[in-house]
Every structure is written in structure tokens, then in C-alpha cells.
Write a protein that binds this ligand. Structure first.
Ligand code: FAD
Length: 550
């Protein structure tokens, strides 16, 4: 079936079937809930108002980490849970959640001393149950410089070296959604939940939505609703009439990207910002290095979050202070992203001090909402809220089985372990070279798509253009067919990560990519030109920074 026919069929199902559960929000939290509930046997529909992962879940630091910083705030339970989850999520998708050693340089007047760091990292490893070679090591000044020669030598005293994982947040969301779909969930993007139908007891019986692609109104009948709308959770609680004193506090986080050759780090570094006692990351990734994040209160439009020149300058100054020979300037910034942390408001605390714990809100109407938390903890967050739903269903005589996502490998696998991923990556590079396609894309393809790379490489031969265009076109076609990419930007941003990590490649493959969308969705010349303009405007926006927010 073609992609437009699949979407039509999905919309018909939403209009005609009665679902046990509607999940609002296609970020990592909603995706985790859809998989958890579908695997427990519920009929589930998931709605996303924009593209999947277009909210916070494509704008994180992209680490599957325990959050070392939270130890300082004595968030022991949180660090323990997400610390342990790292290994689980890695096991479920080793191609996508990859080991990444982190270097924490100890500097004069820094926030961590040698003994404090050694103890802190030991506790971190202990809580997360880290074993063997992954256990933290304390390094001398010389050993630290050997790991990362770009560090500022005159203030360096040594370093801590410990294990984390990195991922692509949007792809992790997508693979959870695809796995949920394999278990029967119905998922759709560009459909916004607008309000609710309630019966005479005030209980929700349907979700009224708008198909933002065609503008059509849809009503979805359901027994239960979970809102996983991230920064928009309070908007839906207001619509439901169930706002309480506990509310969200939105904190903006910006990352900037420079070409790898401008900051050629050997490895990821977690370092001090000298001006305000915060810590940020600099992480090499493919042909780029990204730096972040900021953490500032935000009250503007959640659908349009600006990166200001102040944000960029703050990150550049911090990076230049730690890696002075790089001498980074605003002109070096190739791309950026700004996301919102939906934190749970705590009286008298600033954003950075507020807890990263998740919170569940229950309403008289039956609406369950969940916000806060971490990308890393998505599976446990899903389990918690679905257990809450299970308690309610039990009251009405339905027994839900226990969560079983701990054993469900995500699409893109299976891989026995990370060594198997690397072996497969080698095979892919050989196959690419034999087919006259660029072998250096193997690393990217396998990290993004896992074993689904086979399908993309096989299809690339039949596409027109040079090797890069052939591969990009085959990749776009795969994402249209399997990942509900509706517009070219869905592919260039959230499916492939090019907008952030390989922006200069976009002009080279844009026509090839838009042609695939034009073929599938029947664009006329005007629509094709319009889609090209939208992509070009997005690319330009990545290096246009507004003035400071007032
Ligand atoms: P979102 O991803 O925002 O998803 C909510 C979705 O709901 C959105 O896509 C939105 O479009 C949709 N929606 C809203 N209203 C409606 C509606 N009415 N109808 C339909 N759909 C709707 N965590 C980590 O573990 N590691 C990190 O490295 C890390 N770094 C971070 C860095 C930054 C700067 C930020 C901001 C967060 C970071 N986090 C990190 C936290 C993590 O990114 C978030 O906890 C997580 O992405 C939140 O996911 P979510 O699904 O709850 O929200």
C-alpha cells in the first residue's frame, strides 16, 4: 500500500473504531506508553500534532545517562533508576544507544574536586550497577590531556573518566513507535487533540482532533486517555478543566553545532562553565561537534522556541574557556536546536535546581497526564503510568498483565551485543563500496537504522544521481513507507538528523529527497517548489540568531 493510502486507512480506523486508550503526544514518553500498552494487549491509538519527536524529544543532549549532576541535588532514586535503565535501553537497541565514555576534567576553582569527583563517580557507578571496564577511572593531569589534548592545560588538575551512552532521541522515539505498531498500536502524526467529549458523569468518551494535513475534524471514541504532551501537558489539563496547583515550569535548553574540524575533540567532555558554576557537554558526532546546553526559564511560544545570540555566545564562551586553541566564533556555528524541559514547578527554586522527576496528574474526567522525567527513563515512566491505568481498569473488572517492555527489542535489531553492531557496520561498508555507494556512510546508516540499512542499500541502486543522492533518496523512501514521514523536513530533521549534524549536505541532496516526496504524494510543480522553499528556510534559520529575550 502507498503511504497516502496507509494514512487514509489509519484515519478511517481512528474515526470508526473504539480504542481502549488514546495516547496524546508522539515524543519519547508517548511512544513508550504506546509500546507498553499495546504489548499488554490494549487497543491503542497515538496522536501527534506535528511530527513524531518534534517536541523536546528531538532537542535533548541525546545522552542516555544517569545524570551525574543530579547526585549533587541528592536525587538518589532518580539517578539509580535512570542509571540502571541505560544498560536496558542499550540492550534493546545497541545500534542506536551506543557506549560513549565521558571525560570530566578537573580544573582549578571548578565545581568538582578530586576526592569529591572520585567519590561521586563511584556512587554513580554503584547506583547504576556498573561493572568491569565500564567502572570509573580517575586520571592524572597527563592522562587527561592524552585523552583530550584540546583541554586548557594551565588550569587542568586531572580528570574523571566514566561510562555513558549516546543516542539519537528522535530515532529512539521512532523505533519505539514502530515497535508499538508491530504490537498493534495505531499511530499518526499531524493530528492534534483539541478537546474532549464527556458523558453525563463527566468522564471522557472521545477525543476531538484536527487532521493538520487536510484540515479535517475527527472524533476518536475511547475508554481511557493518557496525555504525554510534554511542555503542552498543562494546555490539555486546562482544556479538561483539571489544572491544579502543581503545574509545569518550562526551561529552555539550547545546543550549538560546529564542524568537527573546528573543534576536533577526540572524545566527549563534560565541563565547567566558568561564569556560573554550571556544567555543559561537548560531544563529537560524525562530522560535527555539538555543545550544550543552556538552562533558562521560558515563557514564550512553545511551538517556536528561539535561539538567541546570548544563548550562542554563552556556549561559545564556555567552550573557548575550556578549549582555548579552538577560538570558536559565531560564524563557526553550523546549526543549533532549542528545546523545552517540562519541569514540575517547585516554589522558590530556579530551573536548574528543579527536580527532573516525572509526575502523574489524575483528573476526575479520567484524563491521566505525565510530564517531567528524562529521555533515559522513558520505559519506566511508561510502566508507572500504565500501572496507574491498570489500577483503574481493575476497578472496572479488567486485568492488565505486567509490563514486558524490558524484553521487547526495538525495530532495527536484533543484535546480540555492540560488537555485533560493529561487525555488521563493516559488512555494510563493504557492500556500499561494492555497489559504488559511499562506504563512509555505513556508520551513520547503521546508527540510525540498524539492520533496516539492508533495505535502504538494496533500494539505492535503482535511484538516479550520484552515490549520495541515491542513498538519500532510498533513505527518504524508506522513511516515507515505514516511518510516516509526511513532509521532506520530517526526513531531513527527525528521521535522518541531517539538519543538526550534517547540514552542509542538505543542498546537495535536497532535490533528490524532495523528488521522492513529490512522487509519493503527487506534488505539482508549485507544491514541489514550496517544499524546497520550506527546507531552505529551515536550513537558513539554523544560523540566524535573534536578539536576547526580554
Ligand atoms: P515531548 O518530546 O515534548 O513530546 C510531547 C509531544 O506531544 C510533542 O511532540 C507535541 O507536539 C505533542 N503534543 C502536544 N500537544 C498535543 C496535542 N494537543 N495533540 C497531539 N499532540 C500533542 N534526557 C535525557 O535522558 N538525556 C539527555 O541528554 C537529555 N537532554 C536534554 C536536553 C535538553 C535541552 C532538554 C530540554 C531535555 C533533555 N532531556 C534529556 C530530557 C528529555 O529530552 C525529555 O524528558 C523528553 O524528551 C520528554 O519527552 P516527552 O515525550 O515527554 O515530551
Amino acid at each position: 500500500m502507498t503511504a497516502p493510502a496507509t494514512r487514509e486507512q489509519t484515519l478511517t480506523r481512528l474515526k470508526t473504531e473504539n480504542f481502549d486508550l488514546v495516547v496524546i503526544g508522539g515524543g519519547i514518553t508517548g511512544a513508550g506508553i504506546a509500546l507498553d500498552t499495546a504489548a499488554r494487549g490494549l487497543s491503542v491509538a497515538l496522536l501527534e500534532k506535528h511530527d513524531f519527536a518534534s517536541g523536546t524529544s528531538s532537542k535533548s543532549t541525546k545522552l542516555i545517562h544517569g545524570g551525574l549532576r543530579y547526585l549533587k541535588q541528592f536525587e538518589v532514586a532518580l539517578v539509580r533508576e535512570v542509571g540502571r535503565e541505560r544498560a536496558t535501553v542499550h540492550r534493546l537497541a545497541p545500534h542506536l544507544v551506543r557506549p560513549e565514555k565521558m571525560l570530566l576534567p578537573l580544573v582549578e576553582d571548578g565545581s568538582f574536586g578530586k576526592i569529591g569527583t572520585s567519590l561521586g563517580l563511584w556512587v554513580y557507578d554503584f547506583l547504576a550497577d556498573v561493572h568491569g571496564d565500564d567502572k570509573r577511572v580517575m586520571l592524572s593531569r597527563e592522562e587527561t590531556l592524552e585523552k583530550e589534548p584540546l583541554l586548557r592545560p594551565d588550569v587542568l588538575k586531572g580528570g574523571g573518566y566514566y561510562a555513558e551512552y549516546r543516542t539519537d532521541d528522535a530515532r529512539l522515539t521512532m523505533e519505539n513507535l514502530k515497535t508499538a505498531r508491530k504490537h498493534g498500536a495505531v499511530i499518526v502524526n499531524y493530528v492534534e487533540a483539541v478537546d474532549f467529549d464527556k458523558n453525563e458523569d463527566g468522564k471522557i468518551t472521545a477525543v476531538h482532533c484536527r487532521d493538520l494535513d487536510k484540515g479535517e475534524k475527527i472524533s476518536i471514541n475511547c475508554t481511557s486517555v493518557i496525555s504525554a504532551a510534554g511542555p503542552w501537558v498543562d494546555e490539555l489539563r486546562k482544556e479538561d478543566g483539571s489544572m491544579t496547583q502543581t503545574r509545569l515550569f518550562l526551561s529552555k535548553g539550547v545546543h550549538i553545532v560546529v564542524a568537527r574540524e573546528r573543534l576536533p575533540l577526540r572524545q566527549a567532555v563534560y565541563f565547567d562553565v566558568p561564569t556560573d558554576n554550571r556544567m555543559i557537554f561537548a560531544i563529537p558526532r560524525l562530522r560535527s561537534t555539538y555543545i550544550g546546553t543552556t538552562d533558562t526559564p521560558y515563557k514564550g511560544d512553545s511551538d517556536n522556541i528561539p535561539t538567541t545570540l546570548d544563548d550562542v555566545t554563552y556556549l561559545l564562551d564556555a567552550a573557548n574557556a575550556m578549549f582555548p586553541t579552538a577560538n570558536l566564533r559565531v560564524e563557526d556555528v553550523e546549526s543549533n536546536w532549542a528545546g523545552l524541559r517540562p519541569l514540575i514547578y517547585e516554589e522558590g527554586k530556579e530551573g536548574a535546581e528543579m527536580s527532573r522527576k516525572d509526575e502523574i496528574f489524575e483528573s476526575e474526567s479520567g484524563l491521566l497526564s505525565i510530564a517531567g522525567g528524562k529521555l533515559t527513563g522513558y520505559r519506566k515512566m511508561a510502566e508507572r503510568i500504565v500501572d496507574r491505568l491498570a489500577d483503574r481498569l481493575e476497578d472496572s473488572g479488567t486485568d492488565l498483565p505486567e509490563a514486558r517492555t524490558e524484553e521487547i527489542e526495538l525495530t532495527g535489531g536484533p543484535f546480540k551485543n555492540f560488537a555485533a553492531v560493529l561487525t555488521y557496520e563493516k559488512e555494510v561498508a563493504e557492500r556500499l563500496a561494492a555497489a559504488d555507494l559511499p562506504p563512509e556512510r555505513a556508520d551513520y546508516l547503521v546508527a540510525n537504522y540498524g539492520r533496516q540499512t539492508d533495505e535502504i542499500v538494496a533500494a539505492a541502486a535503482d535511484r538516479p544521481g550520484n552515490g549520495y543522492e541515491k542513498l538519500a533518496a532510498a533513505e527518504a523512501a524508506f522513511c516515507i513507507e515505514n516511518e510516516l514521514a509526511l513532509y521532506p523536513m520530517d526526513f531531513l530533521n527527525r528521521r535522518s538528523g541531517r539538519l543538526y549534524f550534517d547540514l552542509p549536505s542538505i543542498p546537495r541532496v535536497l532535490n533528490a529527497v524532495v523528488d521522492v516526496f513529490a512522487e509519493t504524494y503527487g506534488y505539482d510543480a508549485d507544491e514541489r517548489a514550496q517544499q524546497i522553499r520550506i527546507c531552505e528556510a529551515e536550513v537558513a534559520e539554523r544560523t540566524e540568531f535573534g536578539m536576547a529575550e526580554v
